[in-house]
Design a protein around this ligand. Sequence first.
Ligand code: UDP
Length: 238
Amino acid sequence: MTEPRYKRILLKLSGEVLMGEGGLAIDPTVTARVAEEIADVKAQGYELCVVVGGGNIFRGISGAARGMERATADYMGMLATVMNALAVQNALEEIGVDTRVQSAIPMQSVCEPFIRRRAMRHLEKGRVVIFAAGVGSPFFTTDSGAALRAAEMKCDALFKGTSVDGVYDADPKKVQGAKRYDTVTFSRVLSDDLKVMDASAVALCRDNNIPIVVFNIREHGNFAAVLAGTGVSTIVQN
Ligand code: UDP
């Protein structure tokens, strides 16, 4: 058997992947489905870090657009990511996956603070580590948090689980015949402003040579399939 390409991976989940049809910000059924995809991959022996976004609940930029101070609105967004992290933790533990949540904003009654060496130890013990609150500072996003944690935790790749199956040369919802890339370089993503992750996250991955794998996590079995090299995705690399 050939060695798997990646052993330790970081999964970035946008908050919106936890949303259901009924408009619930955190839909328990949808969240349980996402947890099953993670559990499947965990059972195959991968080491897994997870970063969750908060856009299903609150985005700083939307609050700022309505007159809030941007930094305050961003802190609210970070708190939203903690709620999502707890929801994902709950769904994973329901199906027997051992987890820890670590927040970049210390919240000791709720979860652990981010301590890199402790997070490493959790991974070694087979736990899924869920990182909340992005980088812990306003004016960033959880994409940047994901890229930073992937570098710090020495992850082999950053998997971005979304509701589309990869990166396209144009918006597939608007442009008929838009083409999905199998692979694309970091520099093309930045120069063509392709919608993968925000530019600072892409640059951090480029500088640390961490490939970004964009895939649809809502499609059952796709996360495991992409890891096995048979699923549909786009790999962003140097
Ligand atoms: N946020 C922040 N700093 C961070 C991470 C997140 O200020 O390091 C705030 C920001 O307002 C952001 C919100 O938290 O809009 C939710 O995160 P994000 O938009 O990245 O979530 P996603 O789009 O992945 O659901």
